[in-house]
Design a protein around this ligand. Structure first.
Ligand code: PSV
Ligand code: MN
Length: 383
């Protein structure tokens, strides 16, 4: 693609940020309090808005319920809009109540499944109040020991529960079903992989699609290949961007594996250039970040995350896809490979500076953040 066309695409790039990335978070060993971190949902929304103001990339913030629950949803919506951002996906929390020890939507006890379903139903009504179109569903359901529960019975309970959820979805909204191959369950997970999520989404219907969280795969999984499969099947719903080294590490996206991020964007950019199912699907993909910064300053971490995505997308847009196709058709393995490498190694700095000028945001958002005194003000106000 030419730089002119890439410029247009980059202007339209949007990635949602998660409210939970701005507040305290930690590991099971320790929650370190990072100076200036947001103390409540109002401040989390303020931080998300600041990130958008400096990058022009993140016009919506995702909420996790009940972490972000407020009495007056209209007030929260007005607060966000007043700061220049909207509310994105609503994420029900089905893993932090005592009752969920053996699962939520797949729990053996119908009363617990009912409780979980009631929570999802409440989240759908919050979506309606806030004008959100996305329900992102991740389940911690699974087992820790062989024999603990019956796999097929869990599967039937899960499917029945998901069908109830699906039936409640408002028109024009989507259920994004997230998978994760382990943790917190250590022996089996009820939706461990993209194939299981895909099979469930097929059963549910067109409003159900798969959510790919980059940290939720076994080591060595070829994420770009599964992204291509889901695009081609019309079932790629969205991403939770982050990076991992060992497990679900929730590190800054692109920090560990920038080439993988580029290859994922290459699949997306190539679908954007096509018609057909993949082309239609890619235009509705919900790009979201899902990170929990444990030791690093949070707003700066989020700005860097967005810039990493912007850079990966820019490089992916510049892949010479006609030449690539030709090389692929001729079976010229190493030319095809080099065409990708060439795009990956391009200096997209000047192009991105132009994009930022056109968006009216600082050419170097990280520098602007560091020099603008935002961090110091947050520390002074919030401690
Ligand atoms: C689970 O690890 C997950 O990726 C899900 O998306 C949750 O909603 C999110 O992290 C926050 O716990
Ligand atoms: Mn996630």
């Amino acid at each position: 693609m030419t730089e002119e066309k890439a410029f247009e695409r980059l202007l339209a790039q949007e990635i949602e940020v998660p409210s939970w990335a701005f507040g305290p978070s930690g590991t099971r060993f320790k929650v370190f309090h990072i100076p200036g971190e947001a103390r409540n949902v109002w401040e989390r929304v303020e931080d998300a808005a600041l990130v958008h103001q400096l990058t022009g990339l993140a016009p919506r913030v995702a909420l996790h319920i009940p972490w972000d629950r407020v009495e007056d949803w209209d007030r929260l919506k007005a607060h966000a809009e007043g700061l220049g951002i909207g509310i994105g996906a609503i994420n029900p929390n089905l893993f932090q109540e005592e009752e969920y020890r053996l699962g939520s939507l797949a729990h053996p006890d119908p009363r617990v499944r009912e409780k979980a379903l009631a929570h999802v139903r409440e989240c759908i009504s919050i979506m309606e109040t806030l004008g959100s179109r996305l329900l992102s569903l991740w389940l911690a359901d699974g087992t820790n020991y062989p024999g603990q529960d019956d796999f097929r019975a869990r599967r039937r309970r899960l499917e029945a529960s998901l069908k109830e959820v699906y039936a409640w979805l408002p028109e024009g909204s989507r259920l994004l079903l997230e998978y994760k191959f382990f943790e917190p369950a250590f022996y089996s997970t009820d939706i461990p992989d993209w194939g299981t999520a895909y099979a469930l989404c097929l059963k549910l219907g067109p409003q159900a699609q798969v959510l790919v969280d980059l940290g939720h795969h076994p080591q060595g999984t070829n994420i770009e290949a599964l992204v291509a499969f889901l695009l081609e099947e019309g079932k790629l719903g969205g991403f939770h961007f982050n990076a991992r080294k060992y497990a679900d590490d929730d590190l800054i996206v692109g920090s560990i594996n920038p080439f993988e991020l580029f290859l994922i964007y290459h699949e997306l950019a190539s679908a954007e250039e096509e018609g057909g199912v993949a082309g239609e699907t890619v235009h509705r993909v919900a790009y979201m970040i899902d990170q929990a910064h444990v030791i690093e300053p949070k707003v700066e971490a989020m700005i860097l995350s967005l810039l990493n995505c912007q850079e990966a997308y820019a490089k992916a847009l510049l892949v010479d896809r006609d030449a690539l196709r030709e090389a692929q058709e001729r079976g010229d393995i190493l030319l095809a490979h080099r065409i990708l490498l060439e795009a990956y190694r391009k200096d997209v700095g000047p192009l991105l500076a132009e994009v930022r000028r056109a968006k009216g945001v600082p050419e170097d958002p990280l520098k602007a953040y560091r020099e603008g005194g935002y961090y110091e003000r947050a520390v002074a106000q919030r401690g």
